[in-house]
Ligand binder design. Structure first.
Ligand code: FES
Ligand SMILES: [Fe+2]
Length: 360
């Protein structure tokens, strides 16, 4: 059943239909076919700062509700494991802290910090035991600067994605970026999660919706570059202040770049400014509600309140207002779908094509 199809030719394509954003069965299918087939942001490497540290968490509680645990083994390697005991399914790690082994408190099954099954009481007579599936499920992980990611499913090579993003921002010392809790917060948006992404994926609305941001950016030269699995919007500045100091061999050397806005399918955004990085993780809650986490990583504090990366909170409120407006509009019986601006909505078109493909 392929209910959604997006014409690959943007000049002819129509947007996803309103029913996509209204249908509970589609929302549930997205969980399986999009989110469980994707790479997801886990957090900061400092969650497991020292060897033999473990950090249990629930990935997207209320949507995926996937119990996972991060561990750092004796050698300093980080692992992301399922936190579900392979005996009868109890949570293995209950609290973050220092541990040499993962031991399930229910009946004592023991695993290494890499998830490998090690021992289990009262199983001497069990035949064909232990099998490989006695190990905790191990997720493929990737690290970009201080940020950790895990592959829930699918075939995407995230290292390739990181390598391509680094063509734009690899000159920045991402390892030196420091997470700042004060500058970070969650927003609750009364809208479908994909509408939040749709809005993020075009700068078309900037002159209409964000008067302050519009002053910091040169709308005429704003551009969207599509890559496999992600895209980047490049915001240029008219002035010479608050721009990146780009190295000579950079693809944008000599240009006044004020911001790089990366979106990675389906729900991660990495906004680079001269002061550092604002990460947005879009977490579906229900058809009508979404939590968006803003996480700030600061590199140069002196530039924090300048340029395109100032006023993040104000810009977010302005975005929420239009996204919630669209969400209400899409409940109408009289709106089916729209068309794309070929010059300004390439990112939304890419997103809709990918969603249609993943759901087919
Ligand atoms: S559920 Fe973990 S040992 Fe039984
Ligand atoms: Fe916006």
């Amino acid at each position: 059943m392929n209910r959604y199809h997006i014409n690959p030719e943007i000049t002819q394509a129509e947007t996803l239909p309103a029913s996509f954003y209204r249908d509970q069965a589609t929302f549930d299918l997205i969980r399986e076919k999009v989110f469980y087939q994707s790479w997801q942001w886990l957090g900061d490497e400092n969650l497991v700062q020292l060897p033999k540290h473990t950090h249990p968490f629930v990935l997207m509680d209320g949507f995926l509700t996937e119990p996972m645990v991060l561990t750092k083994d004796e050698k300093g390697d980080i692992h992301c494991l399922s936190n579900v005991c392979t005996h009868r399914g109890n949570l293995v790690s209950q609290n973050p802290g220092s541990q040499r082994k993962l031991v399930c408190m229910y009946h004592g099954r023991k695993f290494g910090l890499d998830g490998k099954f090690e021992s289990m009481p009262e199983f001497k007579e069990a035949k064909d035991f232990p099998r490989a599936c006695e190990d905790l499920h191990r997720f493929e992980t990737a690290q970009w600067g201080p940020m950790l990611f895990a592959q829930l499913g699918g075939e995407v090579d995230f290292r390739q994605v990181i390598e391509e993003m680094n063509q734009y921002v690899g000159f920045l010392p991402l390892d030196e970026f420091v997470f700042n809790a004060v500058q970070s917060k969650d927003y609750l948006v009364n809208a479908h999660w994909a509408l939040y992404c749709d809005n993020y994926l075009e700068g078309f609305h900037i002159p209409f919706v964000h008067s302050d941001l519009n002053e910091a950016l040169d709308y005429g030269s704003y551009e969207t570059v599509l890559h496999d699995y992600f895209n980047v919007q490049v915001g240029y500045s008219e002035g010479a202040e608050d721009i990146f100091d780009l190295p000579k061999d950079h693809i944008h050397a000599g240009k006044r770049v004020a911001a790089y806005y990366f979106w990675v399918f389906p729900n991660m955004m990495f906004n680079f400014y001269p002061w550092g990085l604002s990460v947005n993780v879009v977490r579906p809650i229900s058809l009508n509600q979404t939590k968006v986490s803003f996480l700030s990583y600061i590199y140069d504090e002196s530039k924090l309140h300048k340029g395109a990366g100032a006023l993040l909170d104000k810009v977010e409120r302005e975005d929420e207002f239009v996204v919630e407006g669209v969400h209400k509009g899409l409940q109408s019986k009289y709106y089916q779908s729209g068309r794309f601006s070929p010059s300004r909505e390439q990112g939304v078109h890419q997103f809709h094509q990918m969603l249609a493909k993943y759901l087919s």
